[in-house]
Write a protein that binds this ligand. Structure first.
Ligand code: BGC
Length: 743
């Protein structure tokens, strides 16, 4: 009897549980496919709830559906660290005490590592921080192309080359998204300057668009599988890019099959109808007649808020339009906040500092090193003089939306002092005054930059000290203040600000072992280049900046960074400035024509005369060791469009210390019906080699490496004919060539 009753009892007990499970709505059942969950959630939402999902509710968040338990979306800048909390409806700090992040190196530095593994590491680390801070969208990475060295935001991007930027952006996204945080790739597209950024209408050939300005975005979407993308402020074909038929509907969704969320840039939306129809999903940062500051329901005034709702209710816009947006938003939510399996992330994690330091160490570029000025030979050194404001200024503060409240920041001076210790005396002289206010949006620099002495007094002090020093390390450059590598404005000129040239020249005159460290995200004029011993591009390296720089200067780390953009002698050596035509840059009456077309960066300088060679070319970067290249060997002399071509080359470390070399592969189309760049980067590998060690490096090329974009056909074309593979240590330092034919 008892044994007979037992199953009945058990069944009775289990029944409510099973019933409850049977009732779990599809949208909450993570065993169901995401698309089913999206449709189920959508079917349960009121029109008001749908519209609420499509616009901000605070500076960085948008509503969820409280009734259904669908969480809010929380965004954070991006792209170098997790932005500190701001007040609900203000840019100013909220004053939280748990939001000091790790500051990672700027993306120019990441690109300069030419190491996709570093990019993955970066993405993971910043993704963990975003996740821990409960953000589900990271506003980054940025992949706008380096078109002019005046662009105030180049430091947030990955350089001038579409291939390099594509290879580097993909792992960053994968790393971020492995944490259950959406990467929001920005700024799509053609936002290659800050000057007139809200209105300038960019005219560009389809060819330049597809070959130069879009590939990194395409790679982000198709290979990186980015869950979000941010429209840019500027216009294209007369429409703002945040609601742009051509870029968002035709290309992004139509040609590339993007199924994520299109987020507006903050204040980038201007029109309800276009915002409804032209590809935008979420509107942020709009100031509607100043209402976002003063009105109690400011966010209801957004273009995609009440005006959108009213037009749907009036039947002017069909409900299917909002349904499309909500599908995209829900899909992103199921991938992030509503994925129960996503990791928890971490913050204040020493591993993130370690990642930041290693990325910086690999990204710092040794541009020049006459007579082996570097590394500093500590055993023979009594005194090192450090000169320059950038040796002490906090660089994590400033620059615009990427400004951070960092847990800590090691300055170049502190980093060098810590590394040198008692081995030598490290003295400091300010040398020049640039900017005495280091604060930004309420984050106050921890360094007192006040200075009462005159420029002449500062110079005299530095020069006097330089005479007695074994080494002079000048740390200058730009500084993330307005018009000096900062969002919202471009640089006014190419030269170094604050009369730094005069100081560098004076130092070099009294001390041949003068090392110039440029802290910047852009190239600058270097009229003193042939008078100083060494030049180092030190970037903005974040929390670990000083430690990484010191490690390179004293030789603990053998530099292996390579330039992700061309450094020209003069501004007019750049394509966007060569024609001295305001229509080409920065535009006239909000109209700008990219007459430079596909000839951007080295693609331009390759066409110039010998007398206009770049000062430091794309892909350039020295090491404390030397590398010898073997002959490039191809596995075939002819290929068809269906084939792939293997290229092998050996590289050997011929010096006495371990070092890493970036082997670069360029392809040259020897004869084609359309004008083509002399060569284009189509492969690279970073290899670490011990002294005497050699390694075979292999590349595989296919038709995509040989193709150009044909405007007339609106298609990529690989034209039969003769090609050449160029293997080099930089765009100018080609070590081996081999030809083949495409049948
Ligand atoms: C910038 C974006 C940034 C956003 C939010 C805008 O001004 O262009 O890159 O993500 O602000 O801070």
């Amino acid at each position: 009897m008892r044994s007979f009753l037992k199953p009945l009892w058990a069944a009775a007990l289990l029944f409510p549980l099973q019933a409850a499970m049977a009732q779990t709505p599809v949208y909450l059942d993570d065993s169901k496919p995401i698309e089913d969950r999206v449709e189920d959630a959508l079917s349960r939402m009121t029109l008001e709830e749908k519209v609420a999902l499509c616009h901000a509710q605070s500076k960085f968040s948008s509503a969820g559906v409280p009734r259904l338990g669908l969480p809010e979306n929380w965004m954070t800048d991006g792209p170098h660290g997790i932005r500190p909390e701001v007040a609900w409806d203000e840019w100013n700090q909220a004053g939280w005490t748990n939001d000091s992040c790790m500051a990672f190196p700027a993306l120019t530095c990441l690109a300069a590592t030419w190491n996709p593994d570093m990019s993955l590491r970066y993405g993971r680390a910043i993704g963990e921080e975003a996740r821990y801070r409960n953000k589900n969208v990271l506003l980054g990475p940025g992949v706008n192309i380096y078109r002019t060295p005046l662009n105030g935001r180049n430091f947030e991007y990955m350089g001038e080359d579409p291939y390099l930027a594509s290879e580097m952006v993909v792992p960053y996204i994968q790393g971020v998204q492995s944490c259950g945080v959406a990467a929001c790739v920005k700024h799509f597209a053609l936002n290659n300057q800050e000057e007139d950024r809200y209105t300038v209408d960019v005219e560009v050939s389809d060819r330049a668009l597809y070959e130069i300005y879009l590939p990194a975005f395409k790679a982000a979407v198709q290979r990186g599988k980015a869950w979000a993308i941010m429209g840019s402020y500027n216009c294209y074909k007369g429409q703002h890019c945040c609601h742009n038929q051509y870029l968002l509907n035709d290309i992004l969704r139509g040609e590339w099959g993007f199924d994520g969320v299109v987020v507006s840039d903050w204040g980038g939306v201007h029109n309800t109808r276009e915002a409804a129809y032209n590809g935008l999903d979420m509107e942020f940062g709009t100031g509607t007649d100043g209402l976002s500051v003063s009105a109690s329901d400011a966010y209801n005034h957004y273009f995609l808020a009440r005006p959108f709702l009213e037009q749907i209710k009036a039947g002017v816009i069909p409900e299917s339009v909002v349904d499309g947006k909500v599908r995209n938003i829900l899909r992103m939510m199921f991938r992030t906040t509503m994925n129960p399996n996503r990791p928890y992330g971490s913050f204040e994690d020493p591993a993130h500092g370690e990642a930041a330091r290693q990325i910086a160490e690999e990204g710092i570029v040794l541009l020049q090193n006459r007579d082996n000025t570097l590394p500093i030979q500590l055993e023979k050194t009594r005194k090192i003089l450090v000169v320059g404001e950038n040796a002490i200024k906090m660089m994590t503060v400033g620059g615009g939306s990427s400004s951070l409240k960092a847990q800590y920041e090691v300055s170049p001076l502190d980093g060098l002092r810590a590394r040198v210790g008692s081995a030598a005396e490290v003295v400091y002289a300010r040398g020049y005054v640039g900017n005495t206010d280091g604060s930004y949006n309420g984050v106050v620099s921890k360094v007192d930059l006040s200075e009462s002495r005159s420029a002449d007094e500062l110079l005299a002090e530095a020069v006097a000290l330089a005479r007695e020093a074994d080494y002079v390390i000048f740390v200058g450059g730009l500084n993330k203040n307005s018009h000096q590598d900062c969002e919202g404005g471009d640089r006014y000129d190419y030269g170094l600000p604050y009369n730094q040239d005069r100081l560098i020249e004076a130092l070099a005159e009294v001390n041949p072992r003068t090392v110039v460290v440029l802290v910047s995200g852009n190239s600058v004029a270097m009229p003193w280049a042939d008078r100083v011993g060494a030049i180092v591009e030190g970037w903005y390296c974040g929390s670990e900046a000083g430690n990484a720089l010191a490690a390179v200067l004293v030789g603990d780390v053998n530099p292996s960074g390579k330039l992700p953009f061309t450094m020209c002698t003069r501004l007019e050596d750049y394509h966007a400035h060569a024609l001295n035509d305001s229509l080409v840059y920065p535009g006239v009456d909000h109209r700008e024509i990219y007459k430079d077309d596909i000839f951007v960066g080295y693609r331009w300088s390759d066409k110039q005369k010998k007398s206009h060679r770049p000062l430091f070319c794309f892909g350039h970067g020295l090491s404390y060791t030397t590398f010898e290249y073997g002959k490039a060997v191809l596995d075939r002399k002819q290929m068809t469009e269906a084939d792939s071509l293997r290229v092998c080359v050996s590289v050997k470390n011929t010096g006495s210390r371990a070092g890493a070399e970036v082997v670069q592969l360029y392809v040259s189309d020897l004869k084609s019906s359309l004008p083509r760049p002399i060569k284009e980067l189509k492969g690279f590998r970073k290899v670490m080699l011990q002294p005497g060690e050699s390694r075979e490096v292999e590349f595989v090329l296919d038709r995509t490496s040989l193709s150009y974009f044909d405007d007339a056909k609106h298609a990529w074309v690989a034209e039969p004919g003769r090609f050449e593979v160029l293997i080099g240590a930089s765009a100018e330092d080609i070590r081996s060539r081999a030809g083949f034919e495409l049948k």
